[in-house]
Design a protein around this ligand. Sequence first.
Ligand code: ADP
Length: 397
Amino acid sequence: MTTTRAPSKIIPRAFPGIRPNEVEELISNSKVNTYAAGTVLCREDANEATFYMILQGDVEVTKLVNQNEVRLLKTLSAGDFFGEMALIHNAPRAATVIAKSDIVVLELDKDSFDSVLKHSSSVALAMVKEISRRLRQNDEMAIEDLRMRAGELAQAYQQLAEQDLARRDFLTSVAHELRTPLTVASGYLQILQKGTLQGSQLTEALETVARNIGQIVSSVNDILFLQEIELVLPGFQPVSLAEIAQGILKKYEKKAAEHGVRLRVRNERNMPQVQGDPKSLERALTSLVDNAVKFSPHGGDVEIIFEKQRDRLNVSVEDHGIGIPPDQIARIFNRFYHVEKSGDNLFGGIGIGLAITRQVIEQHHGKLNVESKPGKGSKFSMSLPLGNDEHATLPPL
Ligand code: ADP
């Protein structure tokens, strides 16, 4: 254990040039105290009136910045003093001081401190030096904080600008994609209003209006769905993807037949359930089936294939349609990315389907994979984790 050095040896280190009689006066006005490690000697913002000089041990000086961040300003050791600023200014403590180890200090109360200051020019000079050093240090800290805040503000501003740009891009794309069916529908409505169409022409015009309005409704529903699932985490429950696939098969039978496509579900029996949101998973699988049928302009089989791996359920949708050029694969999941024409074939759609599928699969902690060859066909596979326990819930996102 180190022995406490005598105050008369330490004091001249704090107040260089102090005369022996001034040292004596300081000692006679003070008392020596010991404190255990962890003791708070000064509490920030408290009105306290004690001056301390460390004779042995270390203390940490900390300050609360930005409401909740405690910043270590410095560590003081034998020969350093603290607590003078509050005494001179009659102000609350500007920082907190905590004993880092067991410490021995020389303490002066306000009256004793004032009296020493009046009588000892070297103590007063040392005080002035120390106070001006600390004020400068505080200024530097405030400037550094301001710089940091300015940087954060600039970053936040840039993020806002980027969000605003994305929002404007989104609105432009939505308006653009809705304009075509709206223009077609309203054009046909004008013709219908004239009342000149009859027979098959009338039926055709009505069908065109209905089809285009249907397209607008489904696009708006898709956009709303995508916005909604980004904001609201769906509630999870055991879901049978096999049942969902059978339902989609029924819904798409007619459309598939119109495309000369044979739609089948394979290997779906005895497949385990997954934890998920049935509505979202149905939407995700529907987009894959819709695309597989749509992008098979010359027919061919479209199959929804189930496969159970150890802890995952894989559901793939395979077609033998136009396929996707390798350089476009990375972009097909982006919102509004879509191909309207390939060769002589025209395709409807606004490019939201795969964005929905990707978002849903991500929310279900699954993986979405695509293999495709232009002119040969595509296979989209979603792989979802199986909870060991049927009722187990997945970890939050
Ligand atoms: P949409 O079907 O409305 O065009 P999607 O987001 O569902 O939008 O798909 C984006 C694009 O990805 C499609 O326009 C198409 O170019 C490509 N794609 C998706 N599925 C297939 C598929 N099965 N075969 C070929 N291309 C596909």
